[in-house]
Design a protein around this ligand. Structure first.
Ligand SMILES: *Cc1c(COP(=O)(O)O)cnc(C)c1O
Length: 398
């Protein structure tokens, strides 16, 4: 496959009519190395953020050995791509048949749960196995996160003692896990959640082997510039070390967004302009799901053409016939944008390329590897120079 220097070179060479995913293996590698070297425990990858087999292999080659999977198809996928990976089935609600297949056919030993019924189900499906790691998911607040994960899963700490005690009896290793919500904009999210873990441990009087702080580590977007991940890691480390079980317990995390976001940007073509609305060839049913449905703003820039025009605010319409196929933005682009122009939209490696559908006959795309840097980065700090490949292996604290 031809590798391009950047999106502009690709747009000029190919003039693509369908959306192009622009992958940067070096950016994914750098994110993985950052977590492997800097997080004070083990880092799992949450596969739902982006299940691309190429990305899974890059993360594995960079030292990520454990993968958080949430469905039997994700179990099968990761097992096929990475036969030696450790799979952690972290959806608290699973089909009994899926648990059976995961345990007996794919070697899965690590499961999460948030109720007695699920515990009974896991015991039945595994034939009361004695080699299980069971992670009890507790409910924590989502107050610092851009996307809440506080409603659907998790047992209230006040009701968790019996479940922790019963899981302790069945499990070879007992874990406690939580999720502070996605794109958590403050390390305090993890500090508060770990305080709930402390309460749960004390009230149940159980020993715990694993504390899994879940995902939620942020990436960087317009208007959402978080602190360095190092501040998150330090706050987690300090609070974890204060727990009564820290001398014997392992610390885990399972980021999706933070490992995948910088891997992929998107090249789209402008089909039409109507005042400050641009009709482009990808949208709400494709890579721009979050831009449409939760109003997420992504960085955008014109590529393949020089312009001296001042900047203006634009919104986008996607290619399908639905009014809902609309991304409000605003996306900041030159005022002289016109049909035929190409736009690079950044930070779509997490919850972007994973969201594509074939609705209305759209969704076809091609992919190429890029050599330049992502449009923004949490791993380069002030070193971000998009054309400088030298900074590929350097990140703060390395
Ligand atoms: C989605 C999810 C993650 C990843 O969350 P990010 O916000 O992308 O880091 C981790 N763990 C569980 C259980 C999840 O559902």
């Amino acid at each position: 496959m031809h590798i391009f220097q950047n999106a502009g070179e690709l747009a000029k060479a190919l003039s693509p009519d369908i959306p192009v995913l622009l992958n940067r293996p070096h950016a994914a590698r750098r994110a993985a190395r950052y977590f492997v070297e800097q997080f004070p425990g083990k880092s799992l990858y949450a596969v739902k953020a982006n299940p691309s087999p190429e990305l899974l292999e890059i993360l594995w080659d960079s030292g990520i050995t454990h993968f958080d999977v949430a469905s039997i198809d994700e179990v099968r996928l990761v097992r096929r791509v990475l036969p030696e990976a450790v799979l952690c089935y972290m959806n608290p609600l699973k089909q009994e048949q899926s648990i059976r297949e995961a345990y007996h056919e794919h070697g899965v030993r690590i499961f999460s749960l948030d109720g007695i019924e699920e515990l009974d189900k896991i015991e039945r499906a595994t034939g009361n196995a004695e080699d299980l790691t069971l992670c009890v998911r507790i409910r924590v607040a989502s107050e610092f996160a851009e996307i809440s994960l506080a409603s659907k899963f998790g047992v209230d700490v006040a009701d968790s003692a019996e479940l922790l005690q019963r899981a302790r009896q069945s499990a070879d290793e007992l874990g406690i896990c939580f999720h502070v919500g996605s794109q958590a904009m403050s390390p305090l999210a993890f500090v508060h959640a770990l305080e709930r873990v402390r309460t749960a441990i004390v009230e149940a009087s159980v020993t715990v082997d694993i504390v899994n702080v879940g995902g939620g580590f942020p990436s960087i977007y317009p208007d959402m510039e978080p602190q360095s991940l190092n501040h998150y890691f330090k706050a987690i480390d300090r609070t974890f070390e204060d727990l009564p079980i820290s001398y014997s317990a392992e610390l885990w995390c399972e980021p999706g967004r933070a490992l995948a976001a910088e891997y992929t940007s998107l090249l789209v073509k402008v089909e039409k302009r109507r005042s400050n609305e641009l009709y482009i060839n990808d949208g709400a049913y494709g890579t721009l799901f979050d831009a449409a449905h939760i109003g997420w703003r992504f960085p955008a820039q014109i590529v393949g053409r020089q312009t001296e025009s001042t900047m203006a605010e634009f919104s986008f319409y996607g290619p399908t016939c639905d009014d809902m196929d609309y991304m409000a933005g605003p996306f900041i682009l030159p005022d002289d944008m016109k049909a035929g122009d190409y736009i690079e939209i950044g930070m779509l490696g997490a919850y972007g390329s994973a969201m594509r559908t074939k609705f209305n006959g759209y969704g076809s795309h091609v992919e190429y590897d890029m050599q330049d840097e992502p449009m923004d980065s949490l791993y380069l700090g002030d070193n971000l120079d998009r054309n400088d490949r030298e900074n590929v292996v350097s990140f703060p604290g390395a």
